[in-house]
Design a protein around this ligand. Structure first.
Ligand code: MN
Length: 733
C-alpha cells in the first residue's frame, strides 16, 4: 500500500483487473463516477477535492483483493452521510448489496466513542461488530479509518488525539481480530505518532542509528542461509522483517525494557512452498545457531485465534545477538498480512454474502476457513469467539452518559434497567429511547440511547414483567423482589401471632425474646435468626403456639418452682401444714428456711451420711432424695432442686428405713442366716421378702431401720460374710 502518494482510479482498475471480472470492473468504475459526481463540490481539510478520500479507501480495499461490491462500497461510503444521495437511490443505481454496505458504514459512523476503561472499549468493539452485520462493512470502515489516519496531520491537535485514541482502542484491535496485521500495524504506528510523539520519534531515531549495522547483519544471515537451503533444494524468499514502532514502544514502555533488549529488532522472515519445508528450514536454523530456550512457538500446529500461522524461533545469531526468525508458507503469509480478507480472495467467485445468511450458514462459512486447522478443539474455540464477536445475538445500547451496555437481542428497557441496578429496575415506571417515550416492552436496537424513568413511589415490579423481560438477570431480580415482599409480610404476620400466644401464657414477649432463649429455639427448629422464625410462622410452616411454648418453657418452669416453694413456705408459716404420717423429725434442714418440714423420699430412702438434695413437689412440700436417685435426674426435676443438709449431731436415736437386696445361692438355711446376722447387729427388720428363680438364685429383700450410713455399712459387711451370698445392694424404687 502506497502511503505517500495517492492512487488514481486508473491504478485501482488496473489492480482489480488482475482478479475481477469485466462486469465487476464496470461496477467499480460506475461507483467511482457516481461518487465523483456526488462529492464534486466538496473539499477535505487539506484543501484537496473530497473524492480523493473515497478513492484511497477503495484502493486499500482493492489491495486486500476484496469483491467488487466492497470496493464500490468504498467509493460510495460517504455519499449518504455527506451528500443528497439516499439509500433508495443507491439501491436503484447499483444493487441492494452495495446499498446495504454503505448503510452499514454510515450507521457505524454515528457511534459516539469516548475513552473510558478497557471494558467499555471492548463493548464498543462488540457493538461495532454487531451493528456492522456484514463483515465487509467493517473492512470498509477499517480502510476508511486507515486513510483518515494517513491524513490526520490536517486536523487540529485535539482531534488528532481523539481520533488516534479511538483508533488504538477500537480499530486496531478489530483489525487484529480479523487478522489483518498490515492494517493493524499501520494504524498503531500512526496513532502512536500523534499520541506520544516524543517516544515515537525517539524510537525512530534509535532505529536509524543502528540501521546500517542491522541491515548488513541481516544480509549476512540471509546470505549464509541461502547457500544452505540451495543444498537441500528448498526454495525460500528471505527478508529482514519490517519493524513496527508501536510494538517496540509497547515493549519498552509497558515491559520496561531497553531498546537493545528487544529481540525482534533483528528479525528474518523466511517464506517457503510447503509446511514440510517450514519444519525443514527450522531444523537447519537450529543446527546452525543455538536456539534460545522458551522462544520457539509452533503456530502452524496451533494457529492463533485470528488464524495466524507461522513458526517462530529466536536463536543466538552469528554475532552473539538474539535473532528472531519467522518461517511460513506463502498462504500463511497472506493470511498473516490480510487475515479474513485474504480468505475472501481465495474464495473468489463464490463468496458467501454474510449479510443475508442465517447464523448456521455463516458458521459453515467459518468452518471452511477452519479446515486448515488441525486442532479441532482450537477450531471450536475460534467459532465460539466469532459467535460472540461477529454474530452474537447481542444488542448494544448506550446509557445517557454514553456507556455501552451489552444485552441479549430482544431485550427491553426493563432488562437494561435491571442490568444497571436492581433498585432502578424495581422502581422503573417508563423509558425514553433516543429521547422519546416508548413502552416498557420496546425491543432495544443497537445504538439506542436508553433513559430509564424511575419513581420512588413505585410499588415495584408487576407480574407481567416476568414474561416481558428477556434476561435471566432481570427475571431473577423480579422474582427475588416478590419473594422478599411476601417474606416481609410473613415476618410481620408471624411476629404478631407469636407475641399473641406468649401473652396468652401470661408472659410479656420481651421477657422471653432474649438472645440465649431465642438461640435454644433456633437450634431446635433450625432457624438462623428471628426473622426466619417469624417468616416460617407467617407462611404456616410451624404454629405460633409451638414457638410460644418453646420460648416460654424456662420461664414457666422457674415460675412454677417459685410458686410451689412460696406456697409450701406459706403453709408452714400459717401452721396449715397437713399432718404427716410420721411427725418425727427427719433430721434434714433447708438452708435459709426455718421450720420447714420435709419428707424423706420413699423411693431412695436417704439416711444420714448420704448425699442428698431437696425437691420442691407440686403442692406436697419438699421431699428429700439421695443425690443419685434416678427419680430426680430429669431436666425438669433439676429446675426444682433445693439445697438441703443433714442436721449435725448424734443420729443414734433416730431410725431410717433402708431397702436392701441380697442375692445368693439358694440353699436351705440361707434366709435364716441373713436374718440372724441382722439380728446380731441389733437392728430392727420391718419387712422380709424372699424368692428364688429357676437357676437356684435366691433374691432376698429386707427393709431395716438404721441410724446412718456407718451403721448401714456394718450390716452390709456382715451379710457379705455369709457363705453363698453373691451381692448386697441398697435398692431404689
Ligand atoms: Mn470516509
Amino acid at each position: 500500500m502506497a502511503k505517500d502518494e495517492n492512487l488514481t482510479i486508473a491504478d485501482i482498475v488496473n489492480k482489480a483487473k488482475m482478479y475481477l471480472s469485466d462486469d465487476d470492473i464496470d461496477l467499480i468504475q460506475h461507483a467511482f463516477d457516481y461518487a465523483n459526481e456526488a462529492h464534486h463540490d466538496q473539499f477535505r481539510k487539506s484543501g484537496e477535492p473530497y473524492i480523493i478520500h473515497p478513492v484511497q479507501v477503495a484502493g486499500i480495499l482493492t489491495d486486500l483483493e476484496m469483491d467488487a461490491e466492497t470496493i464500490a462500497g468504498g467509493f460510495l461510503h460517504d455519499v449518504v452521510e455527506d451528500t443528497d444521495v439516499t439509500l433508495e437511490k443507491l439501491e436503484e443505481e447499483f444493487n441492494h448489496e452495495v446499498a446495504m454496505l454503505v448503510d452499514g458504514v454510515t450507521k457505524l459512523g454515528k457511534i459516539r466513542y469516548e475513552t473510558k476503561e478497557a471494558q467499555q472499549a471492548e463493548n464498543h468493539r462488540k457493538m461495532f461488530v454487531a451493528m456492522a452485520k456484514d463483515i465487509r462493512v467493517i473492512l470498509i470502515k477499517l480502510a476508511d479509518r486507515l486513510h483518515n489516519m494517513r491524513t490526520l496531520k490536517h486536523l487540529s491537535a485535539e482531534k488528532q488525539r481523539r481520533i488516534s485514541n479511538e483508533t488504538l482502542e477500537i480499530f486496531a484491535p478489530l483489525a487484529h481480530r480479523l487478522g489483518i496485521s498490515k492494517i493493524k500495524w499501520e494504524l498503531e504506528d500512526t496513532a502512536l505518532r500523534y499520541l506520544n510523539p516524543q517516544q515515537y520519534y525517539r524510537i525512530v531515531q534509535l532505529m536509524k542509528q543502528k540501521r546500517e549495522e542491522r541491515e548488513s547483519y541481516i544480509e549476512e544471515v540471509i546470505g549464509g542461509l541461502t547457500e544452505e537451503l540451495k543444498e537441500v533444494n528448498i526454495e525460500a524468499e528471505m527478508s529482514g522483517r519490517p519493524k513496527h514502532l508501536y510494538s517496540i514502544y509497547q515493549k519498552m514502555v509497558k515491559q520496561n525494557k531497553q531498546f537493545n533488549e528487544i529481540y525482534d529488532l533483528l528479525a528474518v522472515r523466511i517464506i517457503v512452498e510447503s509446511i514440510k519445508d517450514c519444519y525443514a528450514v527450522l531444523g537447519i536454523i537450529h543446527t546452525h545457531w543455538k536456539p534460545m530456550p522458551g522462544r520457539f512457538k509452533d503456530y502452524i500446529a496451533m494457529p492463533k485465534q485470528n488464524l495466524y500461522q507461522s513458526l517462530h524461533t529466536t536463536v543466538i545469531g552469528p554475532k552473539g545477538d538474539p535473532l528472531e526468525v519467522q518461517i511460513r508458507t506463502k498462504e500463511m503469509h497472506e493470511i498473516a498480512e490480510f487475515g479474513i480478507a485474504a480468505h475472501w480472495a481465495y474464495k473468489e467467485g463464490k463468496q458467501v454474502k454474510t449479510g443475508k445468511q442465517s447464523f448456521e450458514e455463516k458458521l459453515t462459512w467459518f468452518r471452511e476457513i477452519l479446515d486448515w486447522q488441525n486442532d479441532t478443539h482450537d477450531a471450536e474455540e475460534f467459532i465460539e469467539s466469532l459467535k460472540i464477536d461477529l454474530f452474537s445475538d447481542m444488542v448494544y445500547v448506550f446509557t445517557p452518559k454514553g456507556e455501552v451496555v451489552e444485552l441479549p437481542s430482544g431485550s427491553i428497557p426493563l432488562d437494561f434497567a435491571y442490568k444497571i441496578h436492581t433498585e432502578i429496575g424495581n422502581k422503573t415506571i417508563g423509558a425514553k429511547i433516543n429521547g422519546k417515550m416508548e413502552p416498557l416492552d420496546y425491543k432495544l436496537q443497537n445504538g439506542d440511547i436508553v433513559e430509564v424513568m424511575t419513581s420512588k413511589h413505585s410499588y415495584g415490579p408487576s407480574q407481567d414483567w416476568l414474561k416481558m423481560t428477556q434476561t435471566s438477570q432481570a427475571k431473577g431480580k423480579i422474582k427475588q423482589f416478590f419473594k422478599k415482599q411476601r417474606r416481609e409480610e410473613n415476618v410481620l404476620k408471624g411476629k404478631e401471632a407469636v407475641d399473641k400466644e406468649i401473652r396468652a401464657l401470661n408472659i410479656e414477649p420481651k421477657e422471653v425474646l432474649v438472645a440465649d432463649n431465642l438461640q435454644r429455639v433456633f437450634d431446635k427448629f433450625n432457624f438462623t435468626n428471628e426473622e426466619d422464625m417469624y417468616a416460617a410462622v407467617g407462611y404456616q410452616g410451624i404454629t405460633a403456639a409451638l414457638i410460644a411454648t418453646r420460648l416460654t418453657e424456662k420461664i414457666r418452669q422457674t415460675r412454677q418452682k417459685e410458686q410451689d416453694l412460696a406456697s409450701t413456705i406459706e403453709e408452714v408459716k400459717t401452721d396449715n401444714a397437713p399432718k404427716r404420717s410420721h411427725k418425727k423429725d427427719s433430721g434434714v434442714k433447708v438452708e435459709g428456711v426455718d421450720n420447714l418440714l420435709v419428707r424423706l423420699a420413699k423411693c431412695c430412702n436417704p439416711v444420714p451420711g448420704d448425699e442428698i438434695l431437696g425437691y420442691i413437689t407440686k403442692g406436697r412440700g419438699v421431699s428429700v432424695h439421695r443425690s443419685d436417685c434416678p427419680n430426680v435426674q430429669t431436666e425438669e426435676a433439676r429446675e426444682r432442686y433445693l439445697h438441703v443438709e443433714w442436721e449435725d449431731g448424734n443420729t443414734d436415736k433416730k431410725h431410717y428405713h433402708v431397702d436392701i437386696q441380697i442375692t445368693g445361692y439358694d440353699r436351705r438355711g440361707l434366709l435364716n442366716e441373713v436374718l440372724q446376722a441382722v439380728n446380731e447387729m441389733k437392728t430392727n427388720i420391718i419387712l422380709v421378702n424372699g424368692k428364688s428363680d429357676r437357676n437356684k438364685m435366691a433374691i432376698i429383700q429386707i427393709t431395716i431401720l438404721i441410724h446412718n450410713t456407718n451403721h448401714l455399712r456394718k450390716i452390709v459387711e456382715r451379710i457379705k460374710q455369709i457363705r453363698d451370698v453373691y451381692t448386697v445392694t441398697r435398692t431404689v424404687q
